[in-house]
Design a protein around this ligand. Structure first.
Ligand code: NAP
Length: 319
């Protein structure tokens, strides 16, 4: 039997977990000390087979089924876990999944649980933004993990860079020239903590290498705070032949785009996302907390927005 420590990754076939898997498989400081177990509900799908071919111990479990989680966690030293609110858009289900995971981690005597959490916006905004369910549900699980007293730390992903291209940042429909508009329902001076999900492994590496320092702490995961205006300016510098601008989107237009556009979201989810945006302008995505502590512990360069726009498929071929 291998004497490597096992890190078990929920969401191994997705953005956050997938990045953790790749880092622990390939990083020079980690690969000889750790082996990677990746959890999926479907071990037969292509993405699961691809992980198995890379040397991941791919196992089947479902966050809705605690017994399957306990089985998946057997022998694990560390666990990275993320839930996907947007699959069912059901915050109660997400809380239950997180609690199942936490209970199973306790039962399996996991030494270090890393929960992909978010701030409780209802509390942070003192009740002004009560509908950001996917934040509050993850925060409720964080609270539960703290109550259980298991050794844990909280990974706090920022605003995905990939949220913007194609949707909020696109060629202006009213122009047939090279004009691009970033449109969000807040002023261009709003600070956005930009995060590249492909960097998740870099953050989790730092958390694992600094367990004593990060246990019980929140580990903010963003490359930088950048204003919407700055994001546009970076795009403009990357593609000087384009014209880029920021336009604050009125609330009604934001709602219409989400509910009537290709996203076809239900009304409650549009309210949720609108409040999610207002969190950034009115209270701060992280309530104004600094990224300095996290950045002081990270060893690997984080992906900048400028690097991201240069590789984003929605911007491919631009000059
Ligand atoms: N977009 C943003 O700006 C942003 C910011 C912060 C946080 N987030 C949060 O990020 C989360 C999504 O993370 P992601 O981007 O990594 O997701 P993703 O790429 O969509 O992948 C979701 C992963 O979750 C796994 N999963 C889903 N339901 C499961 C279940 N019942 N049991 C076991 N595994 C399950 C899936 O595994 P299988 O399908 O293989 O089973 C898949 O690997 C969301 O909850 C969202 O709220 C998003």
């Amino acid at each position: 039997m291998s004497d490597k420590k096992i890190i078990t990754v929920f969401g191994a076939t997705g953005n956050q977990g997938g990045s953790v898997v790749q880092t622990f498989l390939h990083d020079a400081k980690l690969k000889d000390e750790w082996s990677v177990r990746g959890v999926t509900r479907d071990v037969s799908k292509d993405s699961s087979k691809k992980l198995a071919a890379q040397g991941v111990d791919v196992v089947s479990a479902d966050l809705n089924d605690k017994a399957s989680i306990v089985e998946a966690l057997k022998g694990s030293y560390a666990v990275f876990a993320v839930t996907n609110y947007w699959e069912k858009m059901d915050d109660k289900l997400e809380v239950q999944q997180g609690k199942n995971l936490a209970d199973a981690a306790k039962e399996a005597n996991v030494k270090f649980l890393i929960w992909s959490s978010l701030y409780n916006v209802h509390k942070l905004s003192k009740g002004a933004l009560p509908h950001v369910y996917h934040f509050d549900s993850k925060a409720t699980v964080e609270e539960y993990i703290r109550e259980l007293g298991i050794p844990a730390a909280f990974f706090m992903p920022g605003f995905y860079m990939s949220n913007l291209p194609g949707g909020s940042f696109r060629k202006s429909p009213e122009h047939d020239d090279n004009t691009w508009t970033l449109g969000l329902p807040f002023p261009g001076s709003t600070q956005i903590p930009v995060y590249h999900p492909g960097d998740t492994g870099k953050y989790v590496k730092a958390m694992v290498l600094n367990q004593d320092a990060v246990r019980g702490q929140r580990f903010l995961a963003a490359t930088a705070y950048a204003t919407a205006d700055e994001l546009v300016a970076d795009f403009q510098q990357a593609f000087p032949a384009q014209t880029a601008r920021y336009a604050e989107v009125p609330k009604d237009a934001f709602f219409a785009a989400l509910t009537q556009g290709p996203a076809g979201l239900p009304e409650f989810a549009a309210v949720e996302l609108y409040e999610n945006m207002r969190l950034m302008s009115d209270f701060g995505y992280y309530g104004g907390d600094s990224l300095d502590w996290t950045h002081g512990l990270i060893e690997d360069p984080l992906t900048t927005w400028r690097q991201f726009v240069e590789t984003a498929s929605a911007f491919a071929g631009l000059k």
